[in-house]
Design a protein around this ligand. Structure first.
Ligand code: OGA
Ligand code: MN
Length: 306
């Protein structure tokens, strides 16, 4: 049952045994199978911070229909670019964060400036960022998207997710809403289903950065058994079809010893953020945090408003 598994993996004392957690880096052929990408042309991969598609590894799961993991396809600099974007740019206006909802920011302040500034507030303020919403803003109380407070989805998120969707066979994906969750090492995300989108035929694309997580995914009811997956920085989860409405949550964040934003095994030319002052700030943050960027298509094709 989902709730029992969640409690098991969340427990600190005793800590959970991770032997049943599926880690695609150590393929268990009884649980996981390699999948291939669709043929996608165009120079996008390099621009988006991705390795060429021929080097990607995709996996599907025998027990979890319609779920794909793309094992970190980002280059080192791609990771740095997206992590910096999530922290510096997507946490501020015009996007809406929990800091706005809790009225924790003065007029012209941003989370980034306060947290990495010299004021006394900095240290305590940095962990306060929990979520941010882009595009159609998700109203956490009504669990609905609203037209009134809509912003654009940044073009680079649209380009990235459209490209990712095409590599797994979804030709017409359109990013219309994104939720970023910022996790500290002791954060969890309770089990839920993402059912607010009117278009549940479109995939949900979920990107993980920073520290690792145990991602628990069950079935359509809470009584169904759940599987635990290990998600690491750069991993991309695509939920569609029978998986689009499964219960899921994050019972635990795990410290990672494998830091793909630090290694440079890939010879990449794309480096707008790579060694900037901003990256130094972002890397400090990510050493004890996880970021999840989940991107959704809200509307059906041809539908104009929510
Ligand atoms: C979500 C979500 C999972 C994660 O934002 O809806 O399920 O991996 N995130 O953080
Ligand atoms: Mn979710």
């Amino acid at each position: 049952m989902f709730k029992d598994s969640f409690k098991y993996y969340k427990s600190r004392n005793p800590p959970p045994d991770l032997k049943h957690v599926i880690d695609v880096r150590y393929v268990d052929a009884t649980k996981v199978k390699r999948a291939s990408t669709c043929h996608v042309t165009g120079p996008q991969d390099e621009i988006l911070g991705l390795k060429p598609i021929k080097h990607w590894k995709l996996y599907r799961f025998f027990d979890i229909a319609d779920l794909i993991i793309i094992q970190n396809p980002f280059t080192r600099n791609g990771q740095r670019y997206w992590i910096t974007k999530c922290l510096r740019d997507y946490s501020r206006k015009p996007y809406v964060s929990n800091l706005d909802a809790q009225k924790l920011l003065n007029n012209n302040d941003t989370w980034w400036d306060v947290s990495f500034g010299n004021s006394e507030r900095a240290v305590n303020f940095l962990p306060k960022l929990r979520w941010s919403t882009l595009g159609y803003h998700h109203n956490w109380e009504t669990k609905r998207y609203t037209e009134e407070t809509k912003t654009d989805v940044p073009f680079e998120i649209c380009d990235l997710t459209q490209f990712l969707a095409r590599t797994v066979g979804f030709e017409n994906f359109k990013a219309e809403a994104a939720i970023i969750n910022y996790y500290r090492m002791n954060s969890t995300l309770a089990g839920h289903t993402d059912h607010s989108e009117l278009n549940i035929d479109a995939p949900l694309i979920s990107l993980s950065f920073g520290q690792s997580a145990i991602f628990l995914i069950g079935g359509l009811t809470l009584a169904d058994p759940a599987n635990a997956l290990l998600l690491r920085s750069g991993d991309i989860l695509i939920m569609f079809g029978a998986s689009r409405l499964r219960h899921h949550g994050v019972p635990k964040i795990l410290q990672t010893f494998d830091v793909p934003w630090a290694r440079d095994e890939w010879n990449d030319r794309y480096s707008p953020e790579s060694d900037s002052e901003d990256w130094l700030k972002a890397s400090r943050y990510i050493s004890e945090a996880r970021i999840n960027l989940s991107v959704r298509q809200v509307l059906k094709t041809g539908q104009i408003t929510v």
